[in-house]
Design a binder for this molecule. Structure first.
Ligand SMILES: Nc1ncnc2c1ncn2[C@@H]1O[C@H](COP(=O)(O)OP(=O)(O)OP(=O)(O)O)[C@@H](O)[C@H]1O
Length: 263
């Protein structure tokens, strides 16, 4: 099988409920190795909940979730820990520990999951911090001393601390100005290409979808309503999808992407 066709995340028949509120009802999704998949949908359609279910932080009411061909939640603790080492997650706002420096934040997953001498762990953390484009002096800063864009980069550095195969990014460009957001998109694309990452990107950012996503999955009506390329999304006959991909903001994003020669 061509590696690019390998399904790295497979979700089938996912049902997620909170009390009487059904968020997902029979949701299916395949993510292929090496792709950047953008997950979009109206507010409250369950994008973050889907992410949390895939990484095993939330138990689905029904359905199967497999990552790397293994069922995430029925594994033993040891198996789940081994599986978890193969992905990194950046939650909304970077979700850094406020009482730890950037270096300590990036070291946190290594401390939890590896036994490494202190100096080696520090060196590895330094490499990750440089990889996300933060200056050397950011290492000793606390999250409150960083700009929003720098905090996101620090969150990304922590997500790649364990050399993951998949990174899950929850609205990484939310709250950034357009230039900061575009720079973050470039960073995602560069790291994806150089590290061979698969990227599961929850976003509202149409510019990101145009600039870096290979495919887009649209959450609506409690499931993945459509999945495909941007061109395919333009053809989907559903009111929300049509408005989202053909509305004025979408046209502006398309024109920016065309100017910058993005695919
Ligand atoms: N722990 C929880 N307990 C109860 N309800 C929850 C919980 N987590 C999420 N929900 C509900 O599930 C629904 C989906 O939430 P989710 O955060 O996944 O939406 P989203 O698509 O990521 O939205 P947004 O784009 O606004 O971030 C929402 O109605 C939310 O209130």
């Amino acid at each position: 099988m061509d590696k690019a066709d390998e399904t790295i995340i497979r979700v089938r028949g996912l049902v997620t409920r909170f009390g009487t509120h059904t968020v997902h009802n029979g949701l299916d999704l395949d993510v292929r190795r090496g792709e950047i998949i953008g997950v979009v949908g109206g507010s409250g359609t369950g994008k973050s909940v889907l992410l949390r279910a895939i990484v095993g932080l939330l138990e689905p009411n029904e359905g199967q979730i497999e990552v790397f061909g293994e069922t995430v939640r029925t594994n033993s603790d040891a198996q789940y820990r081994a599986l978890r080492r193969r992905w990194g997650v950046m939650f909304q706002d970077g979700a850094l520990f406020s009482s730890l420096t950037v270096r300590q934040n990036v070291e946190a997953p290594m401390r939890e999951q590896l036994t490494l001498p202190d100096d080696l762990r520090e060196t590895l953390a330094g490499i990750k911090v440089r990889m996300v484009g933060l200056p050397e002096n950011a290492m000793s800063k606390y999250p409150s001393e960083l700009s929003g864009g720098m905090r996101k980069r620090a969150g990304f550095a922590r997500a790649i601390a364990m050399d993951p195969e998949i990174v899950f990014l929850d609205e990484p460009t939310a709250g950034l100005d357009p230039i900061g957001a575009a720079a973050f998109d470039i960073l995602i694309k560069q790291l994806q290409a150089s590290l061979g990452l698969t990227v599961f990107l929850v976003t509202h950012d149409l510019d990101s979808l145009h600039a870096i996503c290979d495919r887009i999955a649209v959450l609506a009506d409690q499931k993945v309503l459509a999945v495909g390329t941007m061109e395919e999304m333009l053809q989907v006959d559903h009111p929300w999808v049509h408005e989202y991909f053909n509305g004025p903001r979408a046209r502006a994003a398309l024109s920016t992407a065309q100017k910058e020669g993005a695919p």
